[in-house]
Ligand binder design. Structure first.
Ligand SMILES: *Cc1c(COP(=O)(O)O)cnc(C)c1O
Length: 423
């Protein structure tokens, strides 16, 4: 089934609405139908044979040939529609593959690229699930996984040059929760000097697809937890991988068919409907966050506000200006008074909710040291800048003045709780 319409060259906000869905294939419906069938009827036994030859990779499609659908573990119309419509949001992408979570996308991609004995260099801190995937699955399988500290460009270059059998470079930028940035272009240039060239993959969940575009910087693959900004409403789990190399597309898609971790039709349909507003939502969230972060910076209860427009390291400022359009909607506050202060802050917030995850319409606040990063060793927390007083905020689309007032009143409680009590 071909869902393409000729709108290549349009801007992302146009193309996301005009590419990849043909209403004629959904009885004229302006929005796609949901195709919940698990299996598809063949036009002929010859068509079935051809479809299996294509999906197994035994033969390559003729130019313009669109493989017939077979069975929904391999592919289904709502995945095709979603995958076509998401492509224009990521400049330089030629294809995308939808998964039933961000972790499924990351795992499937790494297992499509790495064999036992192969190496991957990865930035730390890393999303906790990805870190566990490395320690609990990849390393026991015999893959060599080498951490490098996010933002340390020279150290990253050195690791890329000196790691034998290097097949992948995994970059998560900005790093969670302190927003430390890694120079994608520099790492990609260093990787490009190797033969064979390792696959440079970027987890773009925090600033993409609106504010950070890894392909023009030299990345080979872009990965998302679509559970976050792409989904945008904290009501579904999904993941996406985008790329341009036909070989990587085949390899990752083949693994997805094997594992069965394709995103289900209903979730594809929901996520597809969220794509046209991702840039609107992220813009509002980023503006809110910037106003809040810059208003809180001199509060006496706060040791440091971590936010891209408040960076003080010249190298971090340079990376931000060269690779991000806007600062995004994640803030971390390091409170004087450690864990008691952070917990008091969480108890006192009234509009924001105490929850992990991010990217939704509603503002969420968490204490990384005891939740998202509780699996990290003391050393890992130190490298990541995760102190006991740190709270992470995912700013939503509420009015920023109400959120600021909420955080200020919570900080006043923190100050009172910390004051020495009169004897
Ligand atoms: C949430 C997240 C993931 C994992 O995604 P799931 O959809 O929860 O599986 C991976 N990377 C980053 C940066 C995330 O924030």
């Amino acid at each position: 089934m071909a869902h393409h319409r000729g709108s290549h060259g349009a801007h992302p906000s146009t193309a996301v609405l005009t590419r990849g869905f043909d209403p004629r294939l959904s009885v004229g419906s302006a929005r796609p139908a949901v195709f919940r069938s698990s299996t598809y009827v063949f036009a002929s036994p010859e068509a079935a044979e051809r479809a299996f030859d294509l999906v197994s990779g035994r033969v390559q499609p003729e130019p313009g040939e669109v493989p017939d659908l077979i069975y929904s573990r391999f592919n289904h119309p709502n995945a095709e529609i979603l995958e076509d419509q998401i492509i224009p949001l990521e400049e330089g992408a030629e294809w995308s593959i939808a998964f039933n979570s961000g972790m499924a996308a990351i795992m499937t991609t790494l297992l499509a690229i790495l064999r036992p004995g192969d190496a991957v260099v990865y930035t730390v801190p890393l999303y906790g699930g990805t870190q566990n995937l490395i320690h609990e699955l990849l390393e026991p399988l015999g893959m060599v996984c080498r951490p490098v500290v996010a933002g340390h460009s020279a150290e990253i270059d050195e690791a890329i040059r000196s790691t034998p059998n290097l097949k992948a470079v995994f970059i998560e930028t900005p790093a969670n929760p302190t927003m430390v940035m890694t120079d994608i272009k520099r790492a990609a240039l260093t990787a490009a000097q190797l033969d064979p060239k390792p696959v440079v993959m970027v987890d773009n969940t925090f600033l993409g697809p609106a504010f950070q575009h890894p392909f023009p910087l030299g990345a080979d693959l872009v990965l998302y937890s679509a559970t976050k900004y792409l989904g945008g409403f904290s009501d579904l789990l999904a993941g996406v991988v985008l790329g341009f190399s036909p070989e990587l597309n085949r390899a990752i898609r083949g693994r997805r068919g094997l594992f069965g971790n394709i995103l289900q039709p209903d979730e594809c349909w929901i996520l597809d409907g969220r794509l046209p507003t991702v840039s609107l939502r992220m813009n509002r969230q980023s503006k809110n966050a910037q106003r809040i972060a810059e208003s809180l910076v001199h509060r006496p209860e706060i040791r440091k506000v971590f936010y891209p427009t408040l960076f003080d390291d010249p190298e971090q400022i340079r990376i931000r200006l060269s690779q991000c359009d806007y600062p995004g909607a994640m803030i971390a506050l390091d409170l004087h008074g450690g864990k008691p202060a952070a917990f008091e802050f969480l108890r006192q917030i009234r509009l924001a909710h105490n929850a992990v995850s991010l990217g939704g319409m509603e503002t969420l606040v968490c204490h990384p040291a005891s939740t998202t990063h509780s699996g990290c060793s003391a050393k890992e927390k130190e490298i990541a800048g995760i102190t006991e007083g740190l709270v992470r905020i995912s700013v939503g689309v509420e009015d920023w003045r109400d959120l600021l007032r909420d955080f200020e009143q919570a900080l006043e409680h923190v100050a009172v709780a910390a004051a020495p009590s009169a004897e």
